[in-house]
Design a protein around this ligand. Structure first.
Ligand SMILES: Nc1ncnc2c1ncn2[C@@H]1O[C@H](COP(=O)(O)OP(=O)(O)OP(=O)(O)O)[C@@H](O)[C@H]1O
Length: 231
């Protein structure tokens, strides 16, 4: 196969895992995304930066099939998923995306380990060996039985990263993953995301306005006026 591992008939590793093509999204009376096109290569490790209000969260939601654009295509492994029924979008989200949110979105009543296991339960496929590996690599094994309210911000974000990887997604999408963290914890979490990217070879897309993190990415894109351009 000449190094081109088939993902589905006609698709290969070198194809984008996610692509937006001519996407428009209006919020209120504003075209937040305005004919935006953007490809996420399978080995991407990239940052999309933009001013507050530029539409970063909107882009995150559209790329992650959490919001439906008004126009254009959002392709997952080459298939247009933008306007599929919600059930099918949910299945694609579960199987192909890992989400890391600024506010962690962990369930307070579950332990760290149970939180990280949630995506596997949704998929009906438990793989505790993989979860154990993630907890070990992320340095949160000793926290497995603790509940989120007893964890620091950086610890919670690591649990959220473990959850994002639980189903071995093709792409990790992170929306302001360091927004609630102090500078040294920000460094830790960015280093963790970078090593996760290297070790588990998933595409990593971070959207952020945090100027502290721009220097951590070689591949930086700017979102402004509803479009994306390389920096
Ligand atoms: N539900 C909504 N109704 C109306 N306008 C909205 C809604 N959600 C977002 N917007 C507007 O869309 C624009 C883009 O918002 P978005 O949250 O995507 O930007 P952002 O770049 O993530 O901003 P920030 O960095 O401040 O979080 C903003 O002008 C915002 O006010």
């Amino acid at each position: 196969m000449g190094g081109r591992r088939l993902l589905r008939r006609g698709a290969a590793v070198s194809d984008p895992v996610v692509a937006a093509r001519g996407v428009t999204l209006t919020r209120g009376d504003r075209a937040v995304l305005d004919g935006l096109s953007f490809e996420v290569p399978a080995d991407a490790r990239l940052l999309v930066r933009g001013e507050s209000g530029a539409g970063k969260s909107s882009l995150f939601e559209v790329l992650g099939l959490l919001a439906t654009p008004d126009g254009g295509r959002v392709e997952v492994h080459g298939e247009d998923a933008a306007r599929l029924p919600e059930r099918e979008r949910a299945a694609l989200r579960r199987d192909h995306f890992g989400f890391v949110f600024q506010d962690f979105r962990l369930i307070d009543d579950l332990s760290a380990y149970e939180n990280a296991r949630v995506p596997q339960e949704h998929a009906g496929e438990t793989d505790e060996a993989w979860l154990d590996t993630l907890f070990e690599r992320l340095g949160i094994e000793p926290l497995a039985d603790r509940r989120p309210p007893t964890l620091s911000g950086g610890e919670r974000q690591r649990v959220a990263i473990a959850r994002a990887l639980a189903n071995r997604p093709s792409v990790i999408l992170a929306d302001e993953p360091t927004g609630q963290l102090d500078p040294s914890t920000t460094d830790d979490v960015l280093a963790t995301l970078a090593s996760v990217h290297e070790e588990f070879t998933r595409a990593l897309v971070v959207v952020s306005h945090d100027p502290r993190i721009a220097g951590r990415f070689d591949d930086v894109h700017v979102l402004s006026d509803g479009r994306i351009r390389p920096e």
